[in-house]
Design a protein around this ligand. Structure first.
Ligand code: SF4
Length: 284
């Protein structure tokens, strides 16, 4: 048998990851654009509301004190400045200026304030909720990556939805994923292999309450979550400030039935977040 050069293997693997990274990036370009559009629209709307908030009582305020309208005006100008800064910082962050702006604060701001407002604004424009959620997940992922933190394997939890399990499989996986017989009929077997290879924890949740319980019990410092747009965006909101890197599942048979997971995306994320990744270890 011909001998395999380990360096050539490592380079080949690095090329594969680069290609995958480019593929992931290009598949999300539209989502990024949508997010930038929505965030700009929402901020302009917010600023207009603030101007209105100043204009309406302007005449009446003079009767209280001659300086009152100007004090209120200053408050509005500062608020507009803050909204504009937050929106600009977020957009610049999305465009790749990662080190300049505070990603952690921005993630909180996006999750707590911009997402609910963007959803209302987007719905008013007739944009489907699912599209807005997918765009939010993408931007959240960018901000989590921008924090540039690395984790030990035991600090990472891979959280999977129950619908990945083959619908005819009778094995009970919640709380004990090792019950899986690894027959290969569904993605759980491949996920277990991945968790063994990288030493990270893996859990399956049947719903939001169980997912929260698993997170509380495991106390991870980073979650790699796989789910649909709705569950991922609500999970990201629920677990804030805990960083969640979300990966959308694939649904060839429709929602919640025999869904699939892009295991190569999970592996790519593990390589990005682990202190010493598997490929780095093989180079040592
Ligand atoms: S891989 Fe595991 S969970 Fe999936 S069908 Fe086989 S035994 Fe069931």
């Amino acid at each position: 048998m011909p001998e395999v050069d380990p360096r050539a293997q490592t380079e080949e693997r690095a090329d594969d990851f680069r290609a995958l990274e480019e593929e992931i990036e290009s598949s999300f370009v539209a989502r990024k654009r949508l997010f930038i559009g929505l965030i700009t629209g929402t901020s302009i709307l917010l600023c207009l509301l603030l101007v209105l908030f100043w204009l309406i009582p302007f005449v009446g305020l003079r009767t209280i004190h001659p300086l009152a309208p100007w004090i209120l005006g200053l408050f509005v100008v500062v608020s507009i400045g803050l909204v504009a800064w937050a929106a600009l910082a977020l957009v610049l962050n999305i465009l790749g200026f990662r080190k300049i702006f505070m990603s952690r604060r921005l993630r909180g701001l996006t999750i707590k304030i911009f997402l609910p407002m963007m959803t209302i604004f987007g719905r008013a424009l007739g944009i489907p909720k699912q599209k807005i959620q997918a765009s939010f997940i993408k931007v959240n992922n960018e901000l989590v990556l921008a924090e540039n933190r690395r984790y030990r394997p035991e600090e990472i939890l891979m959280l999977m939805p129950h619908c990945l399990q083959n619908s005819r499989c009778t094995v009970r996986l919640t709380y004990e994923i090792q019950n899986c017989k690894r027959c290969g009929l569904c993605p759980i077997a491949g996920l277990l292999d991945l968790s063994d290879r990288y030493g990270v924890r893996l859990a399956v949740a049947t719903g939001g309450t169980i997912a929260r319980r698993i997170v509380v019990q495991n106390r991870p410092r980073l979650i790699l979550a796989v789910a649909c747009e709705r569950d991922l965006s609500s999970g990201i909101q629920d677990t804030y400030p805990l960083p969640v890197f979300g990966i959308l599942n694939r649904r060839p048979k429709g929602p919640c039935l025999d869904t699939l997971v892009p295991i190569e995306h999970l592996e790519w994320a593990l390589e990005r977040f682990l202190v010493v990744s598997r490929s780095a270890r093989s180079e040592i």
